[in-house]
Ligand binder design. Structure first.
Ligand code: AMP
Ligand code: GLY
Length: 427
């Protein structure tokens, strides 16, 4: 079957790589894609929110499966757009309806949902300009640190962890009165700080059943030892040592199963990936957030680790057989290490030539997944902060990380930086 992948990052490169291996896949198109995705299909220069042009492409190319990578088109209703037109309604679009995507698109919506279904999460309250004064009082009486979240999508920047009441009050004012994130911060969720270790768990659902397809630990800070500013993710490991059978059972029983049951009971149309952002608080899992898509760079370790054919799995989510799928994983541990532009997550230069990708990608059991790259006169150059990620496997996590770093040593671009301590806390 012909496939369309929507997005342009390392996640979409990994999706294209994995789906190209399936005997069921026909032609693969990626909109807009990057030089990495072009190795596995045809890049088409259509932006992810240009639904009309995407629909025309899907009809022209006889697309039968669409995988939506990023959250924005999902929250904007791409699923509903394709299902509303008889010409495209039969296409298996992987991604929830706009309503269900509110689990990621609105922090308040997801908090209400968790409360209705008794899913463990941080205590919270929500405020708008209408109860602004009550918010000030709430902050003044709140223990530190205080977590403030813009309700809507804010490109990963909408969460503030304030270490003092003053900082919390300033952020509260900036979000609500100064409209720091525009409409996205017209409502603010104030939340209890959860102390623990984060882990991302991924499931595929058809709105009734689910399969867990992997988990990963993402290293979000720019600096070694988890210091400095937050980024989109500097590397990942999978599996995570503390995700043993007993913890996983708790996650499934208290979080995943009730979430899918809640989706079903509320009649939310959800056929797609669910990303559970969890905190392990002394052995008890709590939900920090839901995302309605795969993570980046989590995808770059979970898909190489997943043995099961992805195209068949996505077909099963469409034809009512998801329950029958047998998920298989590689035995090895996997790690991915992200190379970023100098200065990221602040300002950085673009259009810098990258050398050595082919050399690294040619090594046994190494994948180079491109994220912020583009073509310039047939050379690959940087176009973003997170430039590329190198995934490797090993018989231990340490070896996997070492193998990824050894492979990354073949790649150079001016200003390139990567963390040398991914997986550092696991011996
Ligand atoms: P989010 O945009 O919801 O993923 O939040 C960004 C990051 O903020 C998360 O990955 C956590 O590291 C942190 N965070 C969010 N909520 C909490 C919380 N309630 N307690 C502690 N850390 C949090
Ligand atoms: N790596 C975190 C995310 O994709 O949101």
């Amino acid at each position: 079957m012909n496939i369309l992948i929507i997005g342009a990052g390392g996640r979409e490169h990994a999706l294209a790589w994995k789906m190209a291996q399936s005997h069921q896949s026909g032609d693969i198109y990626i909109a807009p894609g990057n030089p990495g995705t072009a190795e596995f299909g045809t890049n088409v220069p259509i932006q992810v929110n240009d639904f009309e042009t995407l629909k025309a492409l899907a009809i022209e190319k006889n697309i039968e499966l669409i995988v939506v990578g990023p959250e924005e088109p999902l929250v904007n209703g791409i699923y509903d757009y394709f299902s509303a037109d008889p010409a495209t309604a039969f296409i298996n679009v992987i991604g929830p309806s706009a309503k269900a995507a509110q689990l990621e698109g609105s922090k308040a919506f997801s908090k209400h949902f968790m409360q209705r279904h008794q899913i463990p999460t941080a205590r919270y309250a929500e405020f708008t300009l209408e109860n602004y004064e009550a918010g000030l009082t709430y902050i003044s009486n709140h223990p530190l640190p205080i977590v403030l979240k813009a309700d809507g999508l804010a490109a990963g920047k909408g969460v503030i962890i304030a270490l003092s009441q003053e900082d919390a009050l300033t952020s509260f004012k900036e979000m609500l009165q100064d409209k720091q994130f525009g409409e996205a911060s017209s409502k603010v969720v104030i939340e209890q700080f959860l102390e623990g270790i984060e882990v991302s768990v991924f499931a595929l659902t058809d709105g009734h059943h689910y399969q867990i397809i992997g988990h990963a630990k993402d290293y979000k800070r720019i600096g070694e030892g988890d210091t400095g500013l937050n980024t989109g993710g500097m590397g990942c490991v999978s599996p995570v040592p503390f995700m043993d059978a007993s913890f996983m059972q708790k996650v499934e029983k208290t979080i995943i199963a009730p979430t899918i049951k809640g989706i079903k009971e509320e009649g939310l149309v959800y056929k797609g990936f669910v990303f559970f952002g969890l905190m392990n608080c002394g052995g008890e899992p709590y939900v920090i957030e839901y995302n309605c898509r795969l993570g980046d760079p989590e995808t770059e370790v979970i898909l190489p680790r997943l043995q099961t054919d992805l195209v068949s799995l996505l077909a099963a989510a469409d034809n009512g057989t998801l329950e029958d799928v047998n998920i298989q994983y590689q035995e090895d541990a996997f790690a991915t290490v992200m190379a970023v532009s100098g200065g990221y997550p602040g300002t950085y230069k673009k259009n810098i030539p990258i050398h050595g990708i082919a050399l690294a990608a040619g090594l046994a059991d190494i994948h180079v997944f491109q994220a912020g790259t583009g073509f310039q006169e047939n050379a690959i150059v940087t176009t973003g902060g997170r430039v590329l990620t190198v995934t490797a496997s090993g018989n231990t996590l340490k070896n996997a990380v070492q193998n990824a770093q050894n492979a990354l040593a073949n790649i150079q671009f001016e200003g390139m930086y990567f963390r040398k301590d991914i997986g550092f806390e696991f011996p």
